[in-house]
Design a protein around this ligand. Structure first.
Ligand SMILES: [Ca+2]
Ligand SMILES: [Ca+2]
Ligand SMILES: [Ca+2]
Ligand SMILES: [Ca+2]
Length: 322
């Protein structure tokens, strides 16, 4: 490829003015025509590999006592847009807490372009996201345009595109996933017993170890934030009952005696194992120790009246009507 013509002058005449051109060292990628001084490239250059070449050329006359002079040649390789923008990852993964305020920074996309000048000026955009995120086209900073609720949506995935300013422009794409980390923002919800006013009959003949009632709750969070622990916090003064901390099953610890007959109000605490803050719910479990239910409206009346007793105080056993 033709680059330029090197030319020198000589004020002598004849052979004393005949000029021969010669390349100095460090010019292995170039050819110089000895007679015409035409400088050509002997290979294809890659600016990303080497941008400048510096070498010397010598002009020598054909005099019997040859005279010569030297000049420095600098060849600068101009850029071509032959590199597409490169993302540092094919798939960017970011982790954010739910309940993060809108417009918080959730991640930064990094992209490089090996070219120079405008050929390396890259702008970023989001391809397919329903305006849940805002991407700064220059800095690559991704901000949320929504407040995250992991219980509604636990991850978001979309594609981003990088386009350089070359003509024609080069572009590339990458995937982005925003993972929403759970925060313990849901207390346990009691499924069973269905209400705080229902009761279960515990016959005097019930066998110790048998399940007399069940407590079951769910928690909308995940992991430890949804792991539940059941405990009886009051109403079990004689330790007649025991609750399984994991299943919530309430079993009879010992055979009830006549002294145990009547209504027992167990206050059960259901707490999650959330960190740093655990959330909890209280539920009332009424157990009526007697041979038969007898008059159930009487028991419901008792249950209503227990509401006047604070939950941290054991209610007095009420004798069934004779
Ligand atoms: Ca280039
Ligand atoms: Ca480029
Ligand atoms: Ca929870
Ligand atoms: Ca949550």
């Amino acid at each position: 490829m033709f680059l330029t013509t090197i030319s020198a002058t000589d004020e002598d005449s004849g052979r004393n003015a005949e000029i021969v051109y010669q390349l100095g060292p460090n010019a292995s990628f170039f050819d110089l025509d000895r007679k015409t001084g035409v400088l050509t490239a002997s290979r294809v250059f890659d600016r990303e590999e080497q941008e400048r070449f510096l070498f010397t050329v010598t002009a020598r006359d054909n005099g019997t006592r040859a005279l010569q002079s030297q000049a420095a040649v600098i060849v600068t390789i101009l850029d071509e847009n032959d590199n597409t923008p490169k993302f540092t990852h094919n798939h960017f993964q970011f982790f954010v807490s739910e309940n993060l305020p809108k417009y918080s920074t959730v991640g930064v996309i990094t992209v490089t372009d090996a070219d120079a000048g405008e050929n390396a000026v890259v702008r970023l955009s989001i391809l397919n996201d329903n305006e849940n995120f805002i991407l700064d086209p220059d800095s690559g900073v991704i901000k949320s345009n929504v407040s995250f609720d992991r219980e509604q949506q636990s991850s978001y995935t979309f594609d981003v595109r990088a386009v350089d300013n070359g003509s024609p422009p080069c572009s590339s794409a990458a995937k982005v996933t925003i993972n929403v980390i759970d925060v313990n923002d849901n207390p346990p919800i009691v499924i069973y017993p269905p209400s705080n006013t229902s009761f279960k009959l515990v016959p005097l003949s019930a066998i110790p170890g048998s399940v007399v009632a069940e407590v079951f709750a769910v928690d909308g969070d995940t992991g430890m934030n949804a792991e539940l622990k059941y405990t009886i916090v009051s109403g079990n003064g004689r330790s007649l009952f025991r609750i399984d901390p994991v299943t919530g099953n309430i079993t009879l610890e010992e055979k009830p005696t006549v002294a145990d007959t009547g209504l027992h109000r167990l206050v059960v605490n259901i707490s999650d194992l959330g960190y740093p803050k655990s959330l909890h719910t209280l539920v009332l479990v009424f157990l009526y120790v007697n041979d038969t239910v007898g008059n159930s409206s009487y028991i419901h009346d008792l249950i209503r009246r227990t509401m006047e007793t604070p939950l941290d105080r054991n209610i007095e056993f009420k004798k069934p009507p004779s």
